[in-house]
Design a protein around this ligand. Sequence first.
Ligand SMILES: [Zn+2]
Ligand SMILES: [Zn+2]
Length: 454
Amino acid sequence: MTSIPSYLATLGDPATVFAVPEVAGLADAELLEGQRAVAELRRRVEAVAAVFAGEIAHRSRRELGHTGLAQANGVRSAEDLIARVTASSRRDAHTLVKAAELLPAPARTDIPPAPRWWVVIGDAVASAAISVEAAEIIRTRLAQASEGAPEEALLDSATALIEVAPMLSIEDLATRASRARDELDLAGIAGRESALRDKRYLRVTQQLDGMTRINGLLDPESAAIVVPVLDAATSPRRGGPRFVNPDAAQRAEDLVRDERTTEQLTLDVLVELLRAGARVDDGKLLGDRKPAVRILVTQADLDRREGAAFFEGHPDAVSIDTAERFVCAGGAVPILFDGDGRVLNLGREQRLFSEKQRIALAARDGGCLMCGAPPSWCEAHHIDHWDQHHGRTDADDGVLLCRFCHLNVHNNRSRIRRRGGDYFLERPDPDDTLRRIPLPSRSPVRARLHSTAS
Ligand SMILES: [Zn+2]
Ligand SMILES: [Zn+2]
């Protein structure tokens, strides 16, 4: 094929039939050089696009009303028109229009002369030295400082940023530009902080497919609290520090081997933390009525181990496995209905481990018997099948399992059995032979008890 530079030179020529280049045969250096050359070409094309966008915006300016170009074409704004004409996003169109405001416009006498720090950014776009996106970042960041900083300092900062922009990713440029802005206008930091804080939100929306979407923005302070916690929980996955402490090393190794994706793990950690937090809240954050997770299931479905169960307030069905696991950990309240669906009778709670029994389980097991997660993360798993035990619940019948391991036990149809004071996991191998895996206590105080027994 022809060389990359001559290929690129033909790109703007409508007489040449367009085809993407064959790059598999290129040497590494040629490949990278080609990518760089394409970026240069793109900056040029963007500058041209900005010029067009600027004129479209000018011809669509508000004072022209219905006769403006955008409205004459049936859309509200120049951005809408550009997005439609170019089949791109309104956001891209907006960037182009904003970049156009920076560009030198000698023919236009209706606009006041731009400050000099604007002019240098515009010149950099017009000479394809920086992309319109980079220009937008430099302009908006420095504009945030423009009231508190002298013109000369703004000009210096803009020049310095334009110089480094070609060597930086957009993210790195944004960081540099923010730093430059803060140095120019230290007094404005508090105001910018509170402006960011005002933008924070968390939205929870139920989707049609049964999932619930969380969507939000964290201001810097909230992020400083939340992100390290989630990072700490998943850091071995992301090549975090290597551990010298054998326990920490073991935990890191387990996490790397864990079958969950890092994103699933992150969510599970968030859910555990919320659960633990709700448990210790004394009513200040969540009010007097503690939120509880309730699951509704019919006796017949539970007996058949088949059917559907429902979380209170949630229309999508979940499995009987899940219902069993909830009954297992949280107990059950039988509700008797008559044939007309009226409540006849509300029974006593069954199979629920008392608060005192939970304290005893925590002391005895020391955490999740399967993975060692701390007691505060654990549910009490009832080792008998739910229908084998309607009345009294004994501490011997319960073991601590974290939610993840608890889920594993129920969904994989494993059983935990007790022999004397020892517990075992019984799980059928693929060839159906029953494997017995001992589940020793994690409790240091229990070990101490044994070693000091006379
Ligand atoms: Zn566990
Ligand atoms: Zn269970």
